[in-house]
Design a binder for this molecule. Structure first.
Ligand SMILES: Cc1cc2nc3c(=O)[nH]c(=O)nc-3n(C[C@H](O)[C@H](O)[C@H](O)COP(=O)(O)OP(=O)(O)OC[C@H]3O[C@@H](n4cnc5c(N)ncnc54)[C@H](O)[C@@H]3O)c2cc1C
Length: 318
């Protein structure tokens, strides 16, 4: 058995679901959770139900807004105290920023963006996609502990059943000293939708959307089926969609249950970000578009006709 610390981001009233996915996979290990800042009761409950033994709420000067420097110093204080073998987090924007920095502080090994892992005998072994998902590497970590791991959101899936942990909450006050690059303000985007990396359904538009206004037809469909809206880089570079919506090698990596690609050709860099989606639907006027080689269901046709038709059909069953 190993002692594991899971860093969980707080999202609204609760925690980001990737933390619960990781907890589910860690059943049988001794698992604590760290959050920075306040954690509403619903978050405490979810973490305890998924196996957290201790939930450390860390606070202190300089931790009001996220900064890799402040948060890594805060987590290091806790890791030093707890003597953890592994520290794990989702490979979200913050997780990807924070965990390598912490690994660097300890001069320790790290496995990034794993899509699955085992803890046989308390030893981590993970699977990690390489070369835009063309190769699945088996990764183990050598060297002194703690070892660090980030896990791709939605890849493990939520556990079907979980063994509850004690969920003892402790308040940890830390002094992170001076932060050289402090974030003064965070302005949230207009969208209240679930972050793309955590979305269960995504409907994305490509260059064929023609302009930002036309993304409304995707929004309408998304509202009916509870999806988040994504975009290809061509759509983002053309100014039709925000960069936070970009899926792909230089955007977000997503693994929803359902990915609907509308007017997206299926370039390798786009596929790199969505090929692990459970079901892929492609709508494209070109029957030879590469996206169809990866799609489970393909519709050859004009998205401006098909998407509104789908929206109407979805309305009947939702
Ligand atoms: C280093 C690097 C990193 C990159 N990173 C990314 C990334 O993160 N994400 C990403 O997406 N791309 C990325 N790209 C760009 C990538 O190579 C492609 O250029 C891009 O994905 C193409 O976007 P698209 O499919 O929307 O546009 P296009 O390739 O132009 O495809 C548009 C598609 O729409 C179809 N179409 C046209 N009209 C309609 C209609 N009315 N209805 C239905 N279908 C229609 C066409 O048949 C075509 O297949 C990267 C490139 C490089 C070099």
């Amino acid at each position: 058995m190993s002692k594991v610390l899971v860093y969980s981001e707080v999202h609204g009233d609760t925690v980001k679901s990737v933390a619960l996915e990781i907890l589910g996979k860690l059943a049988g290990q001794e698992v604590d959770v760290a959050v920075i800042g306040d954690l509403p009761e619903a978050g405490v409950k979810a973490l305890a139900e998924h196996g957290a033994a201790n939930i450390h709420k860390i606070s202190g000067n300089g931790l009001d807004n996220y900064s890799a420097e402040g948060y890594s110093k805060a987590l290091k204080t806790l890791i030093d105290k707890g003597g953890y073998d592994y520290v794990m987090a989702g490979s979200t924007s913050a997780g990807k920023d924070l965990m390598p920095r912490l690994a660097g502080m300890y001069d320790a090994g790290m496995a990034s963006e794993v899509t699955n892992f085992t803890m046989d005998g308390g030893t981590f072994a993970g699977t990690r996609p390489l070369f835009a998902g063309k190769v699945l590497a088996k990764v183990e970590i050598d060297g002194p502990k703690p070892h660090f791991v980030t896990v791709r959101p939605n890849a493990l899936g939520m556990p079907e059943s979980a063994t509850a942990g004690a969920g003892n909450v402790s308040e940890e006050s830390v002094d992170v000293g001076e932060i050289k690059a402090a974030i003064k303000e965070i302005i949230k985007g207009a969208s209240e939708k679930v972050d793309l990396t955590e979305a269960n359904i995504i409907i994305s538009g490509g260059r064929a959307m023609k302009n930002a206004e036309n993304f409304k037809i995707l929004e309408e469909c998304a509202n009916v089926i509870g999806a988040s809206v994504g975009a290809s880089r061509a759509a983002v570079d053309s100014g039709f969609a925000a960069h936070s919506m970009q899926v792909g090698q230089t955007g977000k990596t997503v693994a929803p249950s359902l990915y609907i690609a509308c007017g997206i050709s299926g370039a390798i860099q786009h596929l790199a970000g969505m090929r692990t989606s459970k079901v892929i639907v492609a709508i494209n006027t070109d029957p030879d578009a590469p996206i169809f080689t990866k799609a489970d269901y393909g519709i050859v046709g004009d998205l401006f006709q098909i998407v509104p038709l789908l929206t109407e059909e979805f309305k009947k069953i939702m």
